[in-house]
Design a protein around this ligand. Structure first.
Ligand SMILES: Cc1ncc(COP(=O)(O)O)c(C=O)c1O
Length: 387
């Protein structure tokens, strides 16, 4: 059966060139970077080279990159440890209603521990209101955390403007760039970002590796206790093949970004044009071409249940999703779709399609061809009505 993978927001396949770069670090270059002998120093050298190269991509200093196990850990380290390390100054954190669960649930955890969290509303396309954000900052605010690009609806938030506000108010600014790094240009200096989370498996790198950028001078302690790896901020033997792979993947993504974005935008437009021909369908998030990820399209259909659509597409060899990778198994309506004001009943009819390097126009034709009868069939059997 034809296989069409349209779920790159959940994860991306490992680029063959990345695998080749990683291979030696699984075999002959297997050393522990903490060892004093040449096996160890070779591993340490590879880590430091990767750190320097990754830092360059986001205009950071090498010592500001802390390797972690991925986006979830980076978000937890940033939020929990900025929180606990700066509690003397205040207990107020500002975030949005559309963050990934890694930020959302960490904020809820902190709320239970006495922190005050302001959950900013977003407009119907998912954008935060900068005036609202600025007005929410008080003398007790220690951190603002706003994601760069949303994983469900692709909205790209105005992080440079947020960074400017945070800098002028003297509060830390964290942004989750798990969906945007490698797809959008990021400059931590120009954007006044103090902490930034990233994860390699979203840009054709390996799973289980990511990093947190921490601006020099930031008051932050480690989340876990252990050795003095990563300047004491993240104990544990380094994942050398992962780090090497992440560096290779990020540099390839940066080099190929422009070409990929042009191709994906074109394909996204084709999907939107094709899908909007189906009655009672719409696009969630900003329109294609506005400030949104080039590879993300979030579609909505009346009288259709999203999970059934995903399963029926899967039977045709097409991989898509209803929302974020972590919420697809819960039948709760997406908090992101709720936050943009979508009625509860409409939230259940969403389909997230996310394109990637391997996606072709043929794949999109196949997807559109298979989607139409699936929507029709599901409407026929829908207890909610439809045709
Ligand atoms: C915006 C965002 N943040 C964080 C994460 C979690 O990253 P990881 O899978 O590396 O833990 C994801 C994963 O889907 C994401 O999309």
């Amino acid at each position: 059966m034809k296989q069409v993978y349209l779920d790159h927001a959940a994860t991306t396949p490992l680029d063959k060139r990345v695998l080749d770069a990683m291979k030696p670090y699984f075999s002959e270059k297997f050393g522990n970077a903490s060892s004093l002998h040449s096996f160890g120093t070779d591993a340490m050298e590879a880590i430091e080279k990767a750190r320097e190269s990754i830092a360059k991509v986001i205009n950071a200093k090498s010592e500001e990159i802390v390797f972690t196990s991925g986006g979830t850990e980076s978000d937890n380290l940033a939020l929990q440890e900025i929180g606990y390390s700066n509690r003397g100054k205040g207990n107020h954190i500002i975030t949005t209603k559309i963050e990934h669960h890694a930020v959302e649930n960490t904020c809820k955890f902190l709320e239970k521990d006495g922190f005050e969290v302001t959950w900013l509303d977003v407009d119907k396309e998912g954008f935060v209101d900068l005036n609202e954000l600025e007005k929410s900052i008080t003398g007790k605010t220690i951190l603002v955390s706003v994601m760069h690009a949303n994983n469900e609806i692709g909205t790209i938030e105005p992080v440079a403007e947020i960074g400017k506000i945070c800098k002028s108010k003297g509060v830390y600014f964290h942004t989750d760039t798990v969906q945007s790094l490698g797809k959008e240009k990021i400059d931590v200096e120009a954007m006044n970002i103090d902490l930034l989370s990233a994860s390699a498996h979203k840009f054709y790198g390996p799973k289980g590796i990511g990093f947190l950028y921490v601006r020099k001078g930031t008051k932050i302690n480690p989340l876990m206790q252990g050795g003095i790896h990563e300047k004491g901020l993240r104990p544990g033997t380094e994942n050398v093949p992962g780090i090497v792979g992440m560096e290779k993947a990020l540099n390839l993504a940066e080099k190929e970004m422009e070409k990929e974005n042009i191709k994906e935008r074109k394909l996204a437009k084709k999907i939107v044009e094709g899908v909007l021909k189906i009655e009672n369908s719409w696009i969630n998030g900003p329109p294609v071409g506005k400030k949104r990820l080039s590879n993300n399209i979030n579609l909505g259909f009346d009288f259709v249940e999203g999970e059934s659509m995903v399963l029926m597409l899967s039977d045709k060899g097409i991989a898509a999703s209803t929302g974020s990778a972590c919420s697809t198994k819960s039948l709760k309506p997406s908090h992101v779709l709720r936050a943009i004001g979508l009625q509860l009943v409409k939230c259940h009819g969403s389909l997230r399609v996310s394109l990637g390097k391997g996606t072709s126009a043929k794949d999109i034709n196949y997807f559109l061809q298979e989607l139409k009868p699936i929507v029709k069939r599901l409407r026929e059997i829908s207890p909610l009505g439809g045709k």
